[in-house]
Write a protein that binds this ligand. Sequence first.
Ligand code: ADE
Length: 227
Amino acid sequence: MRIDIITVLPELMRSPFEASIMKRAIQKGLVEVHFHNLRDYTMNKQRSVDDYQFGGGAGMVMMVQPIDDCISKLKSERNYDEIIYMTPDGETLNQKMANSISMYENIMILCGHYKGVDQRVRDMHITREISIGDYVLSGGEIGAIVFCDAIIRLIPGVLSDETSALTDSFQDNLLSPPIYTRPAEYKGLKVPEVLLSGNFGKIEKWREEMAYEHTKNRRPDLLENEE
Ligand code: ADE
């Protein structure tokens, strides 16, 4: 997968891609991430990317020209499966979306700032608008990092244990069951007997029951929304 990220703050974004799972995915050649600094596409001396809002009102708006030029240039070089704008008024990111987007070849991500981008950018180029939750960040960059982490770990070969992404919380609308490692007893707290039994049928059944209980207690909405 190739990910092109358009941002005014590439320096804010680099380090998560230089550590951990995302770094490994890049090193293995499974993912390429390219940053494009929006200021490189400005035509004014100050390299400013924003301007006052027509009609008045608080907050600046990101101008159409630098974004249009940057997106148009990238589009002329390859086809994109999706051109995504990170914005609090987009569809809320969930595991199902992450699963399907992780299968794409090329995606572009536009990070907004200030009040957001001129509507004409959205009308001309954006194919999908994504929010990472019902709260407002100071820019789309951190949202884009969260989104990239969620999709990159799902690309086959990125996680060393292929099955581990499939057993994550949310993969079947259930939260994960409790997990334990050695020692079998710590400060009087014992690991549930069934996990030590070696009976895999029983263990699987226990895990399913616990996942269901856990979900019912913490996130009953997930059980209601089952598709
Ligand atoms: N930009 C500002 N807030 C955001 C959010 N919640 N999700 C994605 N991008 C954003």
